[in-house]
Design a protein around this ligand. Structure first.
Ligand SMILES: [Zn+2]
Length: 160
């Protein structure tokens, strides 16, 4: 595989990771949540046990575990899976449409923030500390944005 394709795959893997991150970065801003977006640990919503590392692979772990918690076998909300897939698909397709250009990456992350706002409008915002958590969630994404933008710039410097 040549270098440019390697970078394209790396960008898609970042979007895949962000898809998984959406379950904390977006869902914890929603009504009924009280955990911080900075707490990266994933918990089963019913038995509160930690979800083990391997099973934190977005989308794939949901399919392996058939949407159930391995500890208490209660169902993990399907909306988490829908959110993971939506984020990954929207960001990846946007970047492909813009040929993985730096502008495309900017639009991908803008799309992510729009998805976040749509989720908040539909579900309502969390009762405690919404403003603070929202700002932190955007800052966290900004770090990923800089990282991905760097990959896109590298890709374009190799291509030209
Ligand atoms: Zn459980």
């Amino acid at each position: 595989m040549d270098k440019t394709n390697l970078i394209r795959v790396a960008i898609c893997l970042t979007y895949y990771h962000i898809g998984g991150l959406a379950t904390t970065n977006i869902e914890r801003l929603l009504k009924g949540s009280n955990m911080s977006v900075t707490n990266s640990k994933c918990f089963c919503p019913v038995c509160k046990k930690r979800i083990k590392c391997f099973f934190q692979l977005p989308i794939i772990s949901y399919i392996i575990c058939r949407g159930k918690c391995l500890e208490c076998s209660s169902k993990i909300p399907v909306k988490s899976l829908v959110l993971e897939i939506t984020v990954f698909a929207v960001m990846t397709v946007t970047s492909i449409l813009f040929d993985f250009s730096p502008v495309g990456v900017l639009i991908s992350f803008t799309a992510y923030e729009i998805i976040k706002i749509i989720c908040i409008v539909i579900n309502g915002k969390r009762e405690n500390g919404f403003a603070k958590e929202y700002v932190i969630s955007v800052l966290l994404m900004f770090i990923f944005f800089i990282m991905t933008e760097f990959m896109a710039l590298l890709l374009y410097s190799i291509k030209s």
